[in-house]
Design a binder for this molecule. Structure first.
Ligand code: MG
Length: 264
């Protein structure tokens, strides 16, 4: 049995290329909002700095705060609109769901190969996503049957679990799988998600750089960063990091944990 016995995957941007889609939907929401409110123009850096990986409404609130705006929180049942944080989040969700329905979702082939490898090696696997769309995304990508445990935005809201960058959703998934966090791997593409893995003291935190930047992921506490999970195989479960090429840098296990700045 490998020393690391569970692999906890983020969904959007790790298993499926839906981070890009979410990025577009946020741009569609906030670009006109910034113009209408005379705020500094929306840029994709805003997505990585304020939104990526967080629960939807927290992303709305944090982006608005970056422009010095604070709206009432509202209620998740608010119709799509711009009066409350929840209404703005629901407006963005409307765009996302339309794109899912129109275009379908193909998982990253390298991620599926890595999933195959760690599953064959005996690791338990779970999906840990801030998204409330996670069940639909997993089903559309043909991956639903590969994961017995899903801790998503619906579970977090139902059980009152703090979202990323808090470690709690990842910790819950490890608990359900019955594997200690020290023996569990977190796989994340977002700074907030990597911070969650680091804050939870997981055995290994793998950053997947889909545009966030290797340096940002390492600074957030990733043990290693790859451009695609296809660069890895099941040897990561025994501390072997990268098969073949790859851009592992910086803090490997041998460098120890170090002391991160204030992560979350
Ligand atoms: Mg992600």
């Amino acid at each position: 049995m490998p020393s690391l016995r569970a692999v906890l995957f983020d969904l959007d941007g790790v298993l499926t290329p839906t981070a890009e889609l979410h990025m577009h939907a946020w741009r569609d929401l906030f670009s006109p909002w910034c113009v209408a409110h005379g705020a500094a123009p929306y840029a994709d850096a805003d997505y990585f700095d304020h939104i990526d990986g967080k629960p939807r409404y927290a992303g709305v609130a944090d982006f608005l705060a970056s422009r010095g705006t604070h709206l009432p929180w509202g209620d998740p049942a608010d119709p799509p609109g711009e009066d409350t944080v929840c209404a703005l989040g629901n407006k963005k969700d409307q765009v996302v769901n339309r794109i899912f329905a129109e275009e379908g979702i193909e998982p990253y082939p390298g991620s599926v190969r890595f999933l195959d490898a760690v599953t064959a090696a005996g690791a338990a696997v779970a999906v840990v996503s801030s998204s409330k769309n996670a069940p639909g995304v997993l089903a559309a990508a043909g991956l639903a049957h590969r994961f017995e445990v899903l801790v998503d935005g619906n579970v977090a809201a139902r059980d009152g679990i703090a979202g990323k960058p808090a470690p709690d959703t990842y910790v819950r998934a490890a608990e359900i799988l019955g594997v200690p966090v020290s023996r569990s791997v977190v796989v994340e593409d977002a700074v907030s998600g990597v911070q969650a893995g680091r804050a939870g003291d997981f055995g290994l935190v793998i950053g997947v750089d889909r545009g966030t930047g290797e340096g940002s992921l390492l600074d957030a506490g990733a043990d290693l960063v790859v451009g695609d999970l296809g660069e890895l195989d099941a040897s990561v479960l025994d501390g072997g990091h990268v098969s073949g090429r790859g851009h592992q840098t910086g803090r490997g296990h041998q460098t120890g944990r170090g002391h991160q700045g204030e992560g979350a």
